[in-house]
Design a protein around this ligand. Structure first.
Ligand code: G3P
Length: 217
């Protein structure tokens, strides 16, 4: 499973990238706002750190303008994936940009039918939002499962990018179901290492070696 990090915070991206945990980055207008940075500048900086796909989202709602924005975004770096919303205009932009050979991430996906349409429009990635479905008492994980089944039935090449991941269980279940990629905030990726038995076991090992007064260095 590929790990994308869902942030525009440079320090956080660098920290995880140095550990080999970053196969790509996703941003969106809210994350750009949070960073306080200029969208073009911060995206360029991210692309200079990360080799894998870096999603940058369009800011308009009409296909022609989305296509123009997408064509500008892809000049930032070779690894830009243009992110477009799951609307008819977004799918039109997806079709055009993907036909031109650009990576396209179709975002704000909340149903398997939407994911089917995105795959037919040539999306490189489909981003189903797990957390936001859970927020309204629907089953985000079921959506990942449904899309996996449909894409496998017809050998669609569109990659399932599990998004709006809020918990380590979202990450685990996405991996079990077979999402191709998950994008998660840095804090969630960092929490995946936690286990009380690891802490307890390490404390006991350190105590025992101290007792023997042995040292390796
Ligand atoms: O990048 C989109 C997505 O991951 C948003 O997550 O937590 O704002 O629903 P969230």
């Amino acid at each position: 499973m590929k790990f994308f990090v869902d942030t525009a915070e440079i320090d956080q991206i660098k920290e995880l990238n140095d550990l080999g945990m970053v196969d790509g980055v996703t941003t969106n207008p809210s994350l750009i706002k949070k960073s306080g940075r200029d969208i073009i500048e911060v995206t360029k900086e991210i692309c200079s750190i990360v080799d894998g796909p870096v999603s940058a989202e369009v800011t308009s709602t009409e296909a022609d303008t989305m296509i123009a924005e997408g064509r500008k975004l892809v000049t930032i770096a070779k690894n830009i994936a243009v992110k477009v919303p799951l609307t008819w205009d977004g799918l039109r932009a997806c079709k055009t940009l993907s036909s031109e050979g650009h990576m396209v991430n179709v975002t704000l996906c909340f149903s398997a039918n939407q994911a089917l349409l995105a795959a037919k429009a040539g999306a490189t990635f489909i981003s189903p939002f797990i957390g936001r479905l859970d927020d309204i008492n629907l089953d985000g994980m079921q959506l990942i499962e449904d899309i996996r089944e449909i894409y496998d039935n017809y050998d669609f090449e569109t990659q399932i990018l599990a998004a709006s991941i809020r918990t380590v269980n979202h990450a685990l279940e996405s991996a079990r179901i077979g999402a191709d990629v998950m994008t998660a905030p840095p804090a969630v990726i960092k929490s995946m290492i936690n286990h009380p038995l690891t802490d307890k076991g390490l404390a006991a090992f350190l105590e025992d070696i101290k007792f023997t007064k042995q040292k390796i260095l």
